[in-house]
Design a protein around this ligand. Sequence first.
Ligand code: ATP
Ligand code: MG
Length: 489
Amino acid sequence: MEISYPIPKEVSHVTSTLRKAGFEAYLVGGCVRDILQNISPKDWDVTTNAKPEEIQSLFSETFYENDYGTVGIVNETEDSTLKVIEVTPYRTEGAYSDKRRPDTVTFHGKLEDDLKRRDFTINAIAYDDSKGQIKDIFGGIKDIEDKVLRTVGNPLERFGEDALRLLRAVRLSTDLGFTIELDTQNAIIEKASDLKQISMERIRDEFTKMLMTKNPMMGVVVCQKLGLLKYIVPELEQGIGVEQNGDHIYDVWEHNIRALQHSADRNWPLHVRLAALFHDISKPETRRWSEEKKNWTFYGHDVVGGKVTEKILKRLKYPQKIVEVVSSLVRYHLFFSDIEKITLSAVRRIVKNVGPDNVWSLMNVRACDRIGMGRPKEAPYRLRKYEAMIEEAMRAPISVGMLKVDGVKVMEVTGEKPGPRLGYILHALLEEVLDNPENNMETFLVKRTRELAKLPTEELKKLGEEGKEKKEEAEEGELSIIRKRHGVK
Ligand code: ATP
Ligand code: MG
C-alpha cells in the first residue's frame, strides 16, 4: 500500500540521513497509527537496521535512551523548538523469563523481525517516507479500520513476555476508542496477575496516560472488568456496590469514576483528575449507619481519604509534588460552602490549607464531585459566591501598603513622629495615587510628602479623611467587579 503524508523536515532528515548512509529506515509505532487515522502525530519513532553506535555516528546531538539501543536524536523543528526523535535499531528478543524484559536483545536482522516483537498489530506498521510505502504484515490497517486492538501473534505468549502490555492494551484502546479483540481480552483476564511483576514506575506511566485520555472513566472500568485494577489501585474497587445517602444516585465507585470523567471532559490537568478519582476513596471504610438520621454517614472520609490518597500515590511512585497536591485536594474537598454562614476568614483558612496555587484546582475537584453525583450544573450560585470570596481573600486590599513610600520613609523626610498626622499624610498620598496611578513613584511621593507635612493639622486631617473615603470607594468598586465576574451579588 502507498500513501503520501507530509512528514516534518526534522523527521525526514533523520530517515534520509540513515538511508544515504546505506541503511534502511522506517517510521513505526504511534506515528504511523496516527497518520493512518488522520491524526497528526505527537511524536515520531524511527526503526532502522543501523546499530546503535552507527546511528550515533551519523548525528551530532544524540543520547542513549534505554538498554535496548534506542538513540534519541535532538533536532530543531521549523518553529525552532528542540524535538527528540527516537531511533530504535531493529531488534529481535530472546526469551522473557521474568515477564518483564527479554533475556537477550540482538540488534540485527530484518524489519519483519522487529515488527514481530511489537505489542499490537496497529503498532506494528512501518512506513517508508521516501517511497510512501506501508509495510503491514500483521493486518494492522484492517484493525485500524475495524477499530480493534489485537496483539501481534498469540496474546497469551505476548502478554507472558511483558506484562505491561496488559495495561497498554487498555490504555491504547481507551485512547483510540477501539475495542479489545476477544482472544486478546481473554488473555488479559488470564494473565492479569502478572502485572504484579511490573515496576510501579512503568505502571504509573501507562496509568497516567490512560487518565489523560478523553475517556478515562472507560479506561478505569475496563481495567476493573479485566481484573487489572486490583494490581493498580485496589482501594477503588472497595467502592463497588457501596450505597450512599439520599443525595447520591450512584454507588461510591461510580461516583468517583464519574467525577474523574468530568475532569477529562473539562480537560483539566493530571492532579485534578487524580483528586477527582480519589476524592471519596475512603467512603467505604468510614461509612456508618445513623439511626437518628436514618441515613448513611461518612464522617472523616476526607481526612482518611487524604492519607489513603497519599499512600496510593507514593506506592505508584508519583513525584512528591503530585503526592502532596493531590492528597491535600482530597483532604480538603469537603470545604464548607454554606454562604449564609461562610465568612471571609473561613475562606482565608481554606486558601491557607490547600495553598493559594491549588485553590482553583480545589474548586474544580468540587465541580467534578457535583457532576459525578449526577447534578446538572457545575457551579450553582452558592459555589460562584464562594469563588468570588476566594478571589477577595487572595487579593491584596487597596491600602496605604501599596504606596511606594511607607511610614518610615515619611518620618525620615519630614521629621514627623508616629501619630495621627502620619496616617493623614499617607491617606492623602493614597488619594492622589488612586486618582492617578502614575503618581505612585517614590520621587513624586517624597516631594508631595514634604508639601503635605507643612500643612496645619486641621487641613491635613481633612485631606486624610478624603483619602480614606476614596480608598473605601475604590475597594468597593474592585469587589463589585469581582462579584459581577462570578455572577453573584
Ligand atoms: P503513544 O506514543 O501514543 O503513547 P506509541 O504506540 O508510540 O503510543 P510508545 O510507548 O511510544 O507507544 O512505543 C512506541 C512503539 O514501541 C509502539 O507503537 C510499539 O510498537 C512498541 N512498544 C512499546 N512498548 C512496547 C511493549 N511493552 N511491548 C512491545 N512493543 C512495545
Ligand atoms: Mg510513541
